[in-house]
Design a protein around this ligand. Structure first.
Ligand code: DGY
Length: 323
């Protein structure tokens, strides 16, 4: 009888969600939901594994592939896969899978929440009530900026970008976008118009960054960009922290070059609570929760298991990233 394949899951996941995996493989799992698996344990487990179920905090690189002679599939619990060296995986015939589509609306809800939060100063307002600093009604107390009828500039018009555009249109916003390739079909289906990156930066009242992290997008929001933004405009990032030069964002906020920022992602996650970005009242910072609803995370977990099971059964997984 041939040996059953072995799959290692790098975070504790609910047993009932991973039973698809158990039907095709022996399953090992890291003991904690919150703490990342230490590198040496990951390498040891990878050495035995036919499949890995990973999260964004795991670096899946050449060193790991060298330690994993039997590895056939890596399924990442995210739509982004910048933590995985896909080229190195492809060279070794290892399938890399992600979780697109399932998280589109949930992530768009969060990105659009950041628009409302920064514009209408919601985090500051909540804090003010809780700390007893709400002293009276006054005409400009906690007055923020309107969202309706303003211009939103979406950078990265993939499915999450389109879902944000739909929400923005519901708020009667003027929606412009920038994308690597112009999306004529999207322009026909939704009332959105294309701009060069430079024009979008100058025209937008709210810039929402949703682009994947690639060599081309790394550091794309730098001091030159913040300087060109309106000083009444807000910057929202629900993509990856390193698309922004954080020191430049700090400087732009300090100099009043922009009105505020809503950030779900950072260079270092978790961000140091003493980080200069967190000292500004007009910065709303969230702990990378774009896709974090119970329903969506559950569906993402099941999807990862299905992808791994497909590869181990010799089938093509639904969400294959390798080209
Ligand atoms: C993703 O799916 O890439 C998100 O950032 C994870 O929450």
């Amino acid at each position: 009888m041939s040996k059953r394949p072995y799959v290692y899951v790098t975070r504790k996941m609910p047993a009932k969600m991973i039973n698809i995996l158990e039907s095709v493989a022996e399953v090992g799992m890291w003991e904690s939901e919150e703490t990342p698996v230490p590198r040496e344990i990951l390498l040891e487990e990878a050495n035995k594994a036919d499949g890995l179920f990973t999260v964004l905090a795991d670096q899946i690189d050449e060193e790991l592939f060298q330690a994993a002679p039997n590895l056939k599939v890596v399924a990442n619990l995210a739509v982004g896969f910048d933590n995985i060296d896909v080229q190195a995986a492809t060279k070794r015939g290892i399938a890399v899978c992600n979780t697109p589509d399932i998280l589109t609306d949930t992530t768009a809800d969060l990105a659009f929440s950041l628009v409302l939060m920064v514009g209408r100063r919601l985090a500051e307002a909540v804090e003010c009530v809780k700390t007893g600093n709400w002293t009276s009604w006054s005409p400009f107390f906690m007055a923020g900026a309107d969202v309706h009828h303003k211009t939103i500039g979406i950078v990265g018009m993939g499915s999450i970008g389109e879902a944000v555009a739909k929400r923005a249109l519901g708020f009667q916003m003027n929606v412009i976008y920038h994308n690597r390739n112009r999306k004529i079909e999207t322009e026909k289906a939704l009332d959105v118009s294309y701009r060069s990156f430079e024009d979008l930066v100058v025209e937008s009242d709210y810039i929402v960054c949703l682009t994947p992290l690639t060599d081309a997008t790394k550091g794309m929001f730098s001091k030159e960009v913040f300087r060109k933004m309106k000083n009444t405009a807000y910057f929202i990032n629900a993509s990856r922290g390193t698309v922004v030069v954080e020191e430049d964002l700090v400087e732009a906020l300090r100099e009043g070059e922009i009105a505020g920022a809503g950030l779900d992602v950072f260079h270092q996650e978790p961000i140091d609570p003493n980080h200069p970005l967190l000292q500004f009242p007009n910065v709303v910072a969230l702990p990378h929760i774009g896709s974090a609803s119970v329903e969506t995370r559950g569906a993402m977990i099941v999807h990862c298991c299905e992808n791994i099971a497909a590869v181990l059964k010799g089938e093509t997984p639904v969400s294959l990233v390798n080209k």
